[in-house]
Write a protein that binds this ligand. Structure first.
Ligand code: PGA
Length: 252
């Protein structure tokens, strides 16, 4: 059956030293606790190797927040999936709405990123989600379906089985406005149905679909109690162990 996952996305926050300290405080807070979900921290590239080292021996997995759409070569400033994997990170967040909106990441670019991540044995945490205008005009289901189709439906069933999805309504990210539990469940069920139509029920049922967008200690339990919400991708509330822990413990 699919896994429950709580993944932090630090975005462009924390110096290297602050990041190591944060990883350590999450590790310390988890020590000796029994939790019912996988725990991941998504960090900037420069933190990866040190954070991997810091959380060694704990249950924490480490994710990059991006990786290049090219394998290697003359792409100044880019970081490849192979480089990410070489740090010991096991996951990579791809297609975050901030990458799509501010850095021009198209479905086609993301398709390459997913392939390279999989080639390098990284688990993509692939983000999808509509902007407010699309929801208000009733297009949210079509938008999300298209994002999935265009970047992921080229994958074989076997490869698709390695993907984690994160539904993040853009209007809820960093705004303090969360989708209601009912809105999240409705979209997650729709996503799972879309996956079932393409890859069959078993793969759809085994795919973890996380919710993201102002998820925090006070709403996590309600959001995660929905049958099709398998955890969260957490931005702001992942920047302090004291705020991140109750979200992880929402699964207890
Ligand atoms: P937020 O960010 O929790 O700060 O809304 C979530 C995300 O963008 O992944």
């Amino acid at each position: 059956m699919r896994k429950n996952i709580v993944a932090g996305n630090w975005k462009m926050n924390k110096t290297l030293q602050e990041g190591i300290e944060l990883a350590k405080s999450v590790k310390d807070a988890l020590a000796g606790k029994k939790v019912n979900c996988e725990v991941i921290v998504g960090t900037p590239f420069i933190h990866l190797a040190s954070v991997v080292e810091e959380v060694k021996g704990s249950i924490i997995g480490v994710a990059a927040e991006n990786a290049a759409d090219k394998a290697s070569g003359a792409y100044t400033g880019e970081v490849s999936a192979a480089m990410v994997a070489s740090t010991g990170a096991k996951y990579v967040i791809l297609g975050h709405s901030e990458r799509r909106a501010y850095y021009g990441e198209t479905s086609e670019i993301l398709k390459n990123k997913v392939l390279l991540a999989l080639e390098n044995k990284l688990t993509p945490i692939f983000c999808i989600g509509e902007v407010l205008e699309e929801r208000e005009s009733g297009k949210h289901f079509d938008v999300v379906k298209k994002q999935i189709e265009e970047s992921l439906f080229n994958l074989s069933a076997e490869d698709f089985g390695k993907i984690v999805l994160a539904y993040e309504p853009v209007w809820a990210i960093g705004t303090g406005k969360t989708a209601t539990a009912a809105q999240a469940q409705e979209m997650h069920a729709f996503i799972r149905k879309t996956l079932a139509e393409k890859y069959g029920k078993e793969i759809a049922d085994n795919t973890s679909i996380l919710y993201g967008g102002s998820c925090n200690a006070s709403n996590a339990k309600e959001l995660f109690s929905n049958p099709d919400v398998d955890g969260g991708l957490i931005g702001g509330a992942s920047l302090e162990a004291a705020k991140f822990m109750p979200i992880i413990e929402a699964f207890n």
